[in-house]
Design a protein around this ligand. Structure first.
Ligand SMILES: Cc1ncc(C[n+]2csc(CCOP(=O)(O)OP(=O)(O)O)c2C)c(N)n1
Ligand SMILES: [Mg+2]
Length: 613
């Protein structure tokens, strides 16, 4: 029998040993909190989980099975034509893949794991998604309700463990609560400031049965994200933007999440405002546009950082005054009035006190600003622009190229030249991430996937897996380091299994380069445990997994390898051997102020040549 497209569970399906068919509360006479019970099909909890996902519009999820989630996997087997499951090789891979999928599509990414170690393996990804405001829903199996608290096999208190690293989490104890909980979880993940939500489901709950009723909407009295900015605050902001000459627009991941690229562009155009994106905001503004100052922050451009230091007005849209951007907070932008547009009220006045706080969705608030702007020619800001142009001319991003070794910056320049920033690019964490941010000209907001808040080595490859399954026709790039790549290297198997059009580019400096850089600059070059003494042959590793591997060791090989690698179908790994001891500049050392920015040896006439690989 079928009803509204839902297949009713076979009655001969036995409930899990020791469990009954209904939630204990319902059996005890408590009415199920649903209406129209008679007409609804009666399904097992496991089936309700998969049908709820399908109702939510999910057609793809990432996961890894195990005992506590077995009933759900059994249902996944039956709905393969409607819900595709991607089997990863480690739960960390599943959660980062869900993040990469979410970031590249704007949809909620979904991940499913078993209890205990399966669930604890997703903790890093949850923390990562929380910091970077990525909407994901993680469903974890749990031991049966009767065993919870008994130190049962593969039991972990995942709701307790993940409370500080989820936007919200649930332990579902009644089968009747499954559908409403799943509906609510997706709503929470995607609305307001997006983030990760975890649903922990005990095994017996997935075996119990109840009528499947999909709630039409979610009503949460205590959670109502503000979308529109307060008109008086918006007016104040507009007046300041028109009046203050030395102003700078500082845009973050909130612009990307809100899809507010066009509005940022229009505001910058109508007010002739310089724009600087954060690491998470790359792609929110076209890097080739003359009003772009390039990225700001610890390894941002000299001009972007100095613009913040010298400005009299900072307009922050969807960024959070992160310490990698502000540097030393008590010295941060002392002459500037600050406007802050953020969907999350708790981000406002958190680290930096602002003059005009505006809580609301970036796209809406920007539109409100545009609507309030009088029809007038853009202000010239000529003094300010000439100051900025002078800095840009004097301190561009630069490096000295060499003929004996591939310089990392050269590698990124070639990659930028070949791709023009059109392809989705994920990165790992370290020097390669910063050079990619400086040189890869991300041409749209959902094409840049990086672990900004948590700085998670191991994020890059699985995030690229998620992006490669986003529906893009182009290859997806994963720019990684020799250290980071080894943290989720096993996901190469997922790439080959799914025949992904994914190109891994290892910037191989034979060092945990970013840590080495700090040890060079701050610890008198005492390199403590940053030289990876043993290296696998990455080309052979690729081949062992069934991917294509290739290597560039000399500058003259670089272009050819990149071209061949990008044009070879399927999963390709390019091992690019670069100079060992090159540093990323500019650099604002941790705890320093913007004006204490360090420039590279190219900008320092007194610098001595150093021994380089
Ligand atoms: C999981 C994790 N562990 C440790 C760190 C600290 N860390 C930051 S960058 C870095 C070095 C990364 O090395 P590699 O991937 O080779 O990149 P490179 O800096 O050489 O480009 C380390 C160890 C981290 N960010 N994440
Ligand atoms: Mg390295």
């Amino acid at each position: 029998m079928q009803s509204s497209g839902i297949v009713i569970a076979k009655t001969d399906e036995a409930p899990a040993p020791g469990s009954s068919r209904r939630s204990p509360a319902t059996q005890n006479g408590e009415a199920a909190a649903v209406s129209n019970v008679e007409a609804a099909p009666v399904l097992r909890g496991a089936r309700i989980v998969v049908e709820s996902l399908i109702k939510e519009g999910v057609d793809l999820l990432f996961g890894y099975p195990g005992g506590a989630i077995l009933h759900v996997y059994d249902e996944l087997y039956k709905v393969q034509d409607r819900l595709r499951h991607i089997l990863v090789r480690h739960e960390q891979g599943a959660v980062h893949a869900a993040e990469g999928y979410a970031q590249s599509t704007g949809k909620v990414g979904v991940c499913m794991v078993t209890s205990g170690p399966g669930a604890t393996n997703v903790v890093t990804g949850l923390a990562n998604a929380l910091m970077d405001s990525t909407p994901i829903v993680v469903i974890s199996g749990q031991v049966a309700t009767t065993l919870i608290g008994n130190d049962a096999f593969q039991e972990a208190d995942i709701v307790g463990i993940t409370r500080p690293c989820t936007k919200y989490n649930y332990l579902v104890k009644r089968v009747e609560d499954l559908a409403p909980t799943i509906k609510e979880a997706f709503y929470l993940a995607r609305s307001g400031r997006p983030g990760p939500v975890l649903i922990d489901i005990p095994k017996d709950v997935t075996a119990w049965e109840c009528p499947f009723i999909w709630p039409e909407k979610v009503e949460l009295a205590s959670y109502k994200p503000t979308i529109k900015g307060h008109p008086l605050q918006v007016k104040k902001a507009v007046d300041l933007m028109r009046q203050v000459e030395k102003a700078v627009l500082y845009v973050g991941g909130g612009v990307v999440n809100a899809g507010a690229h066009a509005e940022v562009m229009e505001l910058s155009r109508r007010l002739n405002l310089p724009v600087t994106p954060t690491l998470m905001g790359l792609g929110a503004y076209p890097p080739g546009d003359p009003r772009s100052l390039g990225m700001l922050g610890m390894h941002g451009t000299y001009t972007a950082n100095m613009a913040m230091a010298k400005a009299n007005l900072i307009i922050n849209i969807g960024a959070r005054f992160d310490d990698r951007v502000t540097g030393r907070v008590d010295k941060f932008a002392l002459n500037a009035k600050k406007i802050h547009v953020d969907i999350d009220p708790s981000s406002v006045n958190k680290t930096v006190n602002v003059d005009v706080p505006i809580v609301g969705d970036a796209k809406h608030v920007l539109q409100q600003m545009l609507d309030m702007l009088p029809d007038e020619p853009p202000p010239a800001r000529s003094g300010w622009w000439s100051e900025l142009r002078e800095m840009q001319a004097r301190y561009p991003l630069r490096y000295k190229d060499r003929t004996d070794v591939i310089m990392p910056q050269r590698f990124f320049q070639e990659l930028a030249d070949l791709t023009k920033g059109r392809y989705i690019c994920s990165t790992d964490v370290g020097q390669h991430q910063m050079w990619a941010a400086q040189y890869y000209p991300v041409d749209h907001g959902r094409k840049w996937l990086t672990s900004g808040g948590l700085g998670t080595m191991g994020y890059g490859l699985p995030a690229a897996v998620g992006a490669a399954l986003s529906g893009t026709k182009d290859p997806v790039l994963c720019v990684t380091g020799d250290g980071s790549f080894q943290m989720c290297i096993q996901e190469l198997a997922t790439c080959v299994q799914e025949n992904l059009n994914l190109k891994v580019l290892i910037m191989n400096n034979r060092f945990l380069g970013m840590v080495r850089q700090w040890q060079e600059l701050l610890y008198d070059r005492r390199y403590s445990e940053v030289g990876l003494k043993y290296f696998p042959d990455f080309v052979k590793i690729a081949e062992a997994y069934g991917a294509t591997g290739m290597r560039a060791e000399k500058p003259e090989e670089l272009r050819e390898v990149l071209e061949r690698g990008l044009n070879t179908p399927g999963t390709v790994l390019m091992d690019i051997i670069v100079s060992k001891e090159t540093n990323v500049y500019p650099m604002i050392p941790g705890g320093a102020a913007h004006y204490e920015i360090l420039l590279g040896p190219e900008d320092d006439e007194t610098a001595q040549p150093r021994e380089l690989a």
